[in-house]
Design a protein around this ligand. Structure first.
Ligand SMILES: N[C@@H](CCC(=O)N[C@@H](CS)C(=O)NCC(=O)O)C(=O)O
Length: 219
C-alpha cells in the first residue's frame, strides 16, 4: 500500500514532500485536507501539532509529520540510493539538517508576512516582514557562495524543502532579484528546471497567490 500524505496544495512544506516523493520515484496516496479540518479528531490523532504535511505509512505502522522528518524517512525507506540524504556521511547530514533548520526559520518569516494578509488583518506584506524575508534570502545567497546546491555539490532534500518556500516568496511577494541575489537566482532558475517542479508546485503556487491576493477566502 502506498504511504498516504495528508496535504494542502498551497502549503510549501507539503509541496516539498511531493517533490521528494517524485525525486525518488515513489507513488503516494494523496489526501487533500482543508485548513478547517486540521483540528478535527482524525487529524489531531495523527498529529497533535495539527499541521500538514502528515505521512501515514500503514505497511510500516509508522506515522510522521514535519516536511523535513518526512523527507528523511522517505529517502531512507524508499529511495534506491541515498544521494538526497546520505545518512552515513555524518558531516553532510549535519549540513543538510542545518539548512533544513534554516528552512524552518524562513518559513516562520514567510508566515509572519503572509498570515496577516490571509486573515484579512493587513492588505499588503509589511515593510518589516519584507525586510526579514530579504535578510533570510541574503543568508541563502551566502550558503550558495561556493557551492551549486544548498548543502554542497549535489541536490539534497534541503534544496527541495527550501525550493518550495522560495518559489512561494517569488510567486506572492517579490521576484528573486538576480542583481541582489545572483547565486540564489542561479540556483532557483536551475531548481525550477527539475522535471517534477511544475507538477508539484503549480496548483499550490496559484492557490497561494490567490489567498494572499484575497481572490479566495482562506476558510
Ligand atoms: N515545520 C513544519 C511546518 C508545517 C506547517 O506549519 N504547516 C502549515 C501549513 S503551511 C499548517 O499546517 N498550519 C496549520 C496550523 O498550524 O494549525 C513542516 O515543515 O512540516
Amino acid at each position: 500500500m502506498a504511504p498516504k500524505l495528508y496535504y494542502m496544495a498551497a502549503s510549501p512544506p507539503c509541496r516539498a514532500v511531493l517533490m521528494v516523493a517524485k525525486a525518488i520515484g515513489l507513488e503516494l496516496e494523496l489526501e487533500a485536507v482543508e485548513f478547517e479540518q486540521l483540528r478535527t479528531e482524525e487529524i489531531l490523532e495523527l498529529n497533535p501539532q495539527h499541521t500538514v504535511p502528515i505521512l501515514v505509512d500503514a505497511d510500516e505502522d509508522f506515522t510522521i509529520w514535519d516536511s523535513h522528518a518526512i523527507a528523511i524517512y522517505l529517502v531512507g525507506q524508499y529511495a534506491s540510493d541515498d544521494s538526497l540524504y546520505p545518512k552515513n556521511d555524518i558531516k553532510q547530514v549535519a549540513v543538510i539538517n542545518q539548512r533544513m533548520q534554516f528552512d524552518n526559520i524562513l518559513f516562520d518569516k514567510c508566515k509572519a508576512a503572509f498570515h496577516p494578509i490571509m486573515m484579512g488583518i493587513e492588505d499588503v506584506v509589511s515593510e518589516e516582514a519584507s525586510d526579514c524575508m530579504l535578510e533570510s534570502l541574503g543568508l541563502l545567497e551566502v550558503f550558495l557562495k561556493d557551492k551549486p546546491w544548498i548543502a554542497g555539490d549535489v541536490l539534497t532534500i534541503a534544496d527541495l524543502t527550501i525550493l518550495a518556500l522560495v518559489a512561494t516568496v517569488e510567486e506572492v511577494v517579490f521576484p528573486i532579484d538576480p542583481e541582489r541575489f545572483p547565486k540564489l537566482s542561479e540556483w532557483f532558475n536551475k531548481a525550477k528546471e527539475l522535471a517534477y517542479f511544475e507538477e508539484c508546485n503549480k496548483e499550490g503556487l496559484d492557490k497561494m497567490g490567490q489567498l494572499v491576493r484575497h481572490e479566495v477566502p482562506l476558510i
